[in-house]
Design a protein around this ligand. Structure first.
Ligand code: IVH
Length: 701
C-alpha cells in the first residue's frame, strides 16, 4: 500500500487489571473499546491512513478480549473480537497480463527523433520514396492501466505492475465515470484497452483543498493523487476522487479493430473512451518535431499534466513487423519535454554506498518543488563530476528533474557562495565500514573494498533482492532491512526465508504487532516460488538489469544449467563462454561480470543456500508454435535483399531461434547475404552450415 506503516507509540496509560474492574466499569470500557477499534478499522481499511501502530491496535483488541472473558455477558455478537483474522491482508489480488504491458523508449533531443524515424525506415527497408506515417499524441503523466472487456462488458482492470503482473483494481476502475462499463456490440468479444488514469490539474487543486479542509493527506502532484486514489482498498474512497482515463493502446484482442493506430483511436473514441488530444498523423521527423514544439508551447493551457509526446508508427502491419526490443516497442518512442530546473540550497553532501561498493555523492537539499515534485535529495554523480563542477556544501545550486529519472545537481552558483566555503574533500575510506575506497583504472567512481564486511553494501544488496522487480517482498522496507541486519537476523538473502524464527521477539517490538508480523511472514512465504529471471535479477550481478536477466533465463532455462555453464566459462576460449557472449546485448564486459559473479565462492554459497529455501521455476518459453528453427542458433551476415538485418533477426527470434553474434561450433546456420565477410569465412572454416537468404526463407516458411 502507498501509506507507510505508522509507528506511533502505543498509548502508555496505565489501565487497571481486568480483575479489578466492576461490571459497570467493564461495560463502559467495552463500549469505549468498540468505538476505538471501529474508528481505527475505518482509518486503516477505508482511509488508508492508520493513526496507531499495529501493536497498539492489537493491544486494544487484546484488552477487549480479556474483559469479554472475565465478563462473558459483555461479549456482544457484533463485538470486533468476533471477526477473526482482524485486519485482512492489505493487498490487491494480482492479475497476470495476457499481453505484457510494456514501456516506451525515450527520445530527448531532435536528433534522437530523427534517428528513431531513420531506424524504423531502415528496419522496414523502406525506399526513400515510400511514405511512413506516424501518429503523435500527448504523453500523459498518470498511471497506466489495462481494462478488459468481454462480450462488451468491463470485467477486469489491472495496473501495470512490473509489466507482466499488475494489481486487480476492477472495483476502483468501475467508479470512474469517464470509463464505459459497456461497449457496443460491434466491439470484439475480448478487448483490452490500455491507457492512463489521471486527474486534471484543476481537479487536483480542488481535491487538495478538500483534503486540507478535512485534515487529510495533501498530494504533491496530480500523478501522485491519481495513483493514491486508484490504489485504495476501499472503492468508495476512489469513487469520491475525480479520476479520468485516456485510452491509447490495445492489449489482448480477439479480432483486429483497425489497420492503423489512428483507426484504433477513432474506434475507442466512438465507443465512449476519452483519447489524448490533440493528435496528428504526419509523415516526417520534421513534422513530429513541429508537433512537439506546438504541444510544448500549449502545455500550460492543457488541462492535464503531460511529460512529452508519444510517436507511434501508424500502420499496424508495420508495428507487427517492427515488434519489440526487450521491454519496449520498436515502433514507438516517447519524446520527453526538457528537464525542469529550480534553484535551492545544498545543505550537505553525503556519500552513499551502493550494492557493488560504488561511492556516490548525494546532495541533501532544502526541499523544493520541481515541476510538481518535491525534491530534497539529488545525485552529484561521481567524484570527477563534483570536482569539475566545484559543488560545495552551503552552495546555492540549480537542480533538474526529467521524467522519472533521479534529480540531479546541474551546477552551483559560486557568486552566491560564502567566503568561508571550502571545496568538498572526497573520502578515501568507506563512510560506513571504514575500509579503503579505491578507484580502479578506467572506472569513474571509487569503490569500497570492504566487500562482504561492509554493512552498507550488504544492506543495499538485500534491498535490491527484495525490490519490486526482484522478489518484491512488501513490508521489508529499507529501514527494516537495516534494523534486521543490525540485529544479525539478516546477513544473506537466504536469511529472509528464515525470519519466522524471530516472530515471537518481533511481535513484542514497538511498532510491530502480531498482525504485522503475520503479514510480513506471509509476504515472504508467497515469494518462496520465484521465476528464474527474477531470481537472476535479484542476485544483483553488476550490469545485469531486468532485460539481461531475462536473456540469461531464456538462454539457460534452469538454474542448474546456468550454474554448470558458468563453471564451464572459466575457460574464456571455450564454447560455454562463447555461447554466453552470443546472447544479444551481452558483450565481453558484461560476460566477465556474470562469470566472475558465479565464480566467487561467497556468491556460490548464497545461491546454494537460496536453492535450499526456494523453488526456482524454469524459464517458461512463451508459447510460440514449434518451428523448424526453434532452438537453433543462427547468424545473419552481409546485406539481405528481402528485409533488413534487424527485421530478419527479430523474425528468427519470434520463431524460437537464438541469434548469435560470432560464429562458433555452436552456430547452426549462417545466413549469408551479399558481401558477407569474415563471418562467412569463419563458418566455412568451422564447417557450419551456410544458407543463402532464399534458402533460409525456404526453411522458415
Ligand atoms: S503508448 C507499448 N501512448 O508512458 C506501450 N503510452 O513511459 C504503448 N503513456 O507505459 C504505450 N501516455 O503508461 C502510450 N499517449 C500515450 C501515453 C503512454 C502515457 C505511458 C504508458 C507507458 C509509459 C512509458
Amino acid at each position: 500500500m502507498a501509506t507507510e506503516r505508522q509507528v506511533n507509540k502505543p498509548e502508555k496509560t496505565k489501565l487497571p487489571p481486568v480483575a479489578a474492574l466492576s461490571a459497570l466499569e467493564a461495560a463502559a470500557e467495552v463500549a469505549e473499546l468498540h468505538r476505538q477499534i471501529r474508528r481505527h478499522d475505518i482509518l486503516y481499511h477505508q482511509k488508508d491512513a492508520p493513526e496507531i501502530s499495529d501493536a497498539a491496535y492489537d493491544a486494544l483488541r487484546r484488552r477487549l478480549e480479556e474483559i469479554e472473558q472475565a465478563f462473558p455477558a459483555l461479549a456482544a455478537k457484533d463485538s470486533p473480537t468476533q471477526n477473526v483474522g482482524a485486519r485482512p491482508a492489505r493487498e490487491f489480488a494480482k492479475v497476470r497480463h495476457t499481453v505484457p504491458m510494456l514501456s516506451l523508449a525515450n527520445s530527448f533531443s531532435d536528433e534522437d527523433v530523427t534517428d528513431f524515424v531513420a531506424r524504423v525506415r531502415k528496419f522496414l527497408l523502406l525506399p526513400e520514396t515510400a511514405k511512413l506515417e506516424l501518429l503523435a499524441e500527448p504523453k500523459i503523466d498518470g498511471l497506466s492501466c489495462s481494462l478488459r472487456y468481454e462480450k462488451g462488458i468491463l470485467v477486469k482492470a489491472a495496473t501495470r505492475g512490473d509489466g507482466e503482473e499488475g494489481e486487480d483494481v476492477t472495483l476502483n476502475i468501475k467508479t470512474i465515470s469517464s470509463i464505459p462499463q459497456k461497449i457496443p456490440k460491434d466491439a470484439p468479444e475480448i478487448l483490452e484497452v490500455r491507457g492512463e488514469v489521471y486527474i486534471t490539474r484543476r481537479d487536483f487543486e480542488k481535491l487538495n483543498k478538500t483534503q486540507e479542509a478535512v485534515g487529510e493527506k495533501i498530494f504533491a502532484n496530480p500523478r501522485n493523487a491519481a495513483a493514491g486514489s486508484l490504489r485504495q482498498l476501499d472503492p468508495r474512497i476512489t469513487a469520491q476522487r475525480p479520476l479520468r482515463f485516456f485510452g491509447y493502446a490495445l492489449g489482448e484482442v480477439s479480432k483486429d479493430i483497425s489497420s492503423s493506430q489512428d483507426g484504433i483511436r477513432q474506434k475507442l473514441a466512438k465507443w465512449g473512451f476519452e483519447v489524448p488530444e490533440p493528435a496528428a498523423v504526419v509523415d516526417s521527423a520534421e513534422k513530429l518535431l513541429k508537433f512537439h514544439a506546438k504541444i510544448y508551447e500549449e502545455r500550460p493551457t492543457i488541462a492535464y499534466d503531460l511529460d512529452g509526446v508519444v510517436y507511434k508508427v501508424d500502420s499496424l502491419d508495420y508495428q507487427k513487423r517492427l515488434g519489440f526490443i526487450s521491454r519496449s516497442p520498436r515502433w514507438a518512442t516517447a519524446h520527453k519535454f526538457p528537464a525542469e530546473q529550480a534553484e535551492t540550497i545544498l545543505h550537505k553532501i553525503v556519500i552513499q554506498v551502493g550494492r557493488t561498493g560504488t561511492l556516490t555523492p548525494v546532495a541533501e537539499l532544502e526541499p523544493i518543488n520541481v515541476g510538481g515534485v518535491i525534491v530534497s535529495r539529488a545525485t552529484l554523480h561521481n567524484e570527477d563530476e563534483m570536482t569539475r563542477k566545484d559543488i560545495r556544501a552551503g552552495d546555492y545550486v540549480i537542480i533538474q528533474r526529467a521524467g522519472d529519472v533521479i534529480p540531479q545537481v546541474v551546477r552551483s552558483l559560486p557568486e552566491k557562495r560564502k567566503k568561508s566555503s571550502k571545496p568538498f574533500v572526497f573520502p578515501d575510506h568507506c563512510p560506513d565500514c571504514g575500509s579503503r575506497a579505491v578507484r580502479e583504472e578506467g572506472e569513474v567512481a571509487k569503490r569500497c573494498t570492504g566487500g562482504l564486511v561492509c554493512p552498507a553494501q550488504a544492506v543495499e544488496r538485500l534491498r535490491h533482492f527484495v525490490s519490486r522487480l526482484a522478489f518484491d517482498i512488501e513490508g521489508l522496507g529499507d529501514k527494516i532491512i537495516r534494523e534486521f541486519w543490525d540485529e544479525k537476523w539478516l546477513k544473506t538473502p537466504g536469511d529472509i526465508f528464515r525470519l519466522a524464527k524471530y516472530a515471537d521477539i518481533l511481535k513484542e517490538r514497538e511498532g510491530w504487532g502480531e498482525q504485522s508480523v503475520i503479514n510480513l511472514l506471509e509476504a515472504i512465504e508467497e515469494r518462496r516460488t520465484i521465476s528464474l529471471e527474477r531470481f537472476i535479477y535479484a542476485l544483483g550481478i553488476r550490469q545485469v538489469g531486468q532485460a539481461t536477466a531475462k536473456k540469461l533465463a531464456q538462454r539457460y532455462e534452469n538454474l542448474e544449467n546456468l550454474l554448470s555453464q558458468m563453471k564451464e566459462c572459466k575457460d574464456r576460449e571455450g564454447e560455454a563462454f562463447q555461447a554466453l557472449m552470443d546472447i544479444e546485448d551481452i558483450g565481453p564486459a558484461v560476460a566477465e561480470d556474470v562469470v566472475n559473479f558465479f565464480a566467487e565462492p561467497h556468491n556460490q554459497r548464497v545461491i546454494k543456500d537460496l536453492q535450499s529455501e526456494l523453488t526456482i521455476k524454469n524459464y517458461e518459453r512463451p508459447k510460440t508454435a514449434q518451428s523448424p528453427v526453434t532452438g537453433k542458433t543462427v547468424i545473419f551476415t552481409g546485406t539481405l535483399s528481402k528485409m533488413g538485418r534487424e527485421e530478419a533477426k527479430a523474425q528468427a527470434e519470434s520463431l524460437g531461434a537464438k541469434i548469435g553474434s560470432s560464429v562458433s561450433k555452436n552456430t547452426d546456420y549462417v545466413i549469408a547475404g551479399e558481401d558477407a565477410g569474415s563471418k562467412l569465412k569463419k563458418a566455412r572454416e568451422l564447417g557450419v552450415r551456410i544458407l543463402s537468404e532464399d534458402e533460409w526463407l525456404g526453411i522458415i516458411q
